[in-house]
Design a protein around this ligand. Structure first.
Ligand SMILES: [Zn+2]
Length: 128
């Protein structure tokens, strides 16, 4: 398994250098207040885009104190979301591509060209 800290970068973006992509990765962690200030957020694994303000239920991962919680994707269950309040260009296709390629080593639903759909993991999470 590839570790998050040594991303494989098959796609080179001149617009978004690795240091910038690394900063963006940090925004996917302990991002509760950033997400709650956003009216749009995207999952960099499956591409699901939604408004956290109107979402019926948000699934959070509790991090060790004093860190904030981390949002989990309602569709795929992966904790790789960024909201527009972060200031990152979350709707730029080049930004989305360089992030998903860097963080998942070219293996993500976005890289594979798959459509957004609710995965089995999310089904488990949705059970109350
Ligand atoms: Zn997702």
């Amino acid at each position: 398994m590839k570790r998050k800290k040594s991303p494989y970068i098959p796609f080179i973006s001149e617009k978004y250098p690795p240091t910038y992509v690394e900063q963006a990765h940090k925004a996917t962690f302990a991002n509760e207040s950033q997400i709650l200030e956003s009216d749009s957020c995207i999952c960099f694994y499956c591409g699901h885009t939604f408004n956290p303000q109107t979402e019926e239920k948000l699934y959070w991962i509790t991090e060790s104190a004093p860190r904030e919680k981390t949002l989990q994707c309602p569709m795929c269950g992966i904790d790789c979301l960024i909201g527009n309040a972060s200031g990152f260009p979350i709707h730029d296709p080049e930004f989305i591509k360089i992030c998903t390629e860097s963080w998942f080593g070219g293996i993500s639903r976005i890289s594979d060209g798959l459509t957004v759909e609710r995965l089995a993991l999310a089904d488990i999470l949705l059970e109350d």
